[in-house]
Write a protein that binds this ligand. Sequence first.
Ligand code: GLN
Length: 547
Amino acid sequence: MARYVFITGGGVSSLGKGLASAALGALLQARGFSVRLRKLDPYLNVDPGTMSPFEHGEVFVTDDGAETDLDLGHYERFTGVSARKTDSVSSGRIYSNVLEKERRGDYLGKTIQVIPHVTNEIKDFLRVGEDEVDFMLCEIGGTVGDIEGLPFFEAIRQFAQDKPRGQCIFVHLTLLPYVSASGELKTKPTQHSVKELRSIGIAPDVLLLRSERAIPEKEREKIALFCNVRKEAVIAAYDLKTIYEAPLAYHREGLDQAVLDAFGISPAPKPNLDRWVDVMDRLENAEGEVRVAIVGKYTQLEDAYKSIAEALTHGGMANRTRVRAEWINAELFEREDPSPFLEGFHAILVPGGFGERGTEGKIRAAQYAREKGIPYLGICLGMQMAVIEAARNLAQVKDAGSEEFDHEVGKKRFTPVVYHLKEWIQGNHIVERKHDDDKGGTMRLGAYTATLAAGSRVSEIYHATEIEERHRHRYEVDVRYREALEGCGLTFSGMSPDGRLPEIVEIKDHPWFIGVQFHPELKSKPFAPHPLFADFVRAALEVSRLV
Ligand code: GLN
């Protein structure tokens, strides 16, 4: 039966709870334990699938097709454990389940209340798969005291009470601000936050304190005393140069030891941190730098393409080089010639996206990369744009476009080289979508197999002829253009097993030009860089050596 670690935050948001949870997961693994990480989000959206990346950052997709919070990406990158649908839940999902049951009459005429019906639903979620791992790490989104979060806090309090003693612990993350006027670290916000937590019946076992300065022994003692935790369980979380330093840094401060102590696990198994030492060595001892232009839409918010940024870093680590990713708003290329902006970049990446805005700019970026022989990686919409570019400029389909942009009824502007897929095969059954289905969850989502053509560049990169990658899209490249496009040099080197859906396109006579319908970035890890990103950066490195 799993032991549970609940990770909460107080005072201010964005303190790095997700990262702390992920790093703790990695540290427990390093001591030989199996882990699973979960996120409970207080917002009312049923899942983040319908949220703009501007709202909440990237939507992370799991193998089993759930659209989840980007923190699940951190969890996977740090532990290598593939997240599942059942690892992410929001208030919206919980309420929607409860209301569905109410309508079905499952509650047998009872009055439905937050306690116990909503809290029970949350507890059921927490219990899924509890026999599979040694530790279940559950992060509660938001901060203690938020109105939406209350049912979650109440549920974890009850959950710990339901379990045998010593099976659940609480880790609380707060800010220890430094006030320069007095030259002091202030403990009051932490004290207040812990007080708030205790007022709802939760006593933290471990405190993680975000601080930009070293925490003096005196302050540590004071916090321990006022917050009723052991001194050894007051752990500093200092600012880090890179997120991948977190496991080693938290270990140095004693986080994993404090957690094991709180559970009474003694003697604690010795950790093997070689993986993280190697990761840091690759990051810190990188030579040279490649510049990659990311031509996308949501360029103002870094989190919108979180996994891509990380996968590029991993690609750099595989080559022991630094990757400088620079974000360019694709709309710029709708007004201006891309050449002066893209000159000097060693590679171009066009990421996924939705809607028409900026797409003509992305098409021009793909054209630039193709014509100038600059390594190009097109992901999802980025592949569709590369195909449209080739259709227009090589295969003479002058008005090639995507059905996604032709929404005005009776007014067709494009020949749909990319079309709206209504029906496809998943495993052994057919999935159907209607045009007017709800926006949430109507995409081809999650892991699908692709068959790679023998002798293709991608089969060499993957060292395989069959791969599985994660998808999140509604539209598909129309396979009927295959012959015409292959005749012009754009080969369809990866296909769905039934041969109907193009998964990968590539240009042979080009230093490196690949478009993929899926999201390889979601599966990249610092200790196992994704082969496509590793090879993309290698190709960029070659370009950088030429100039
Ligand atoms: N908008 C495109 C589609 O739905 C691409 C999606 C994406 O890039 N994730 O097919």
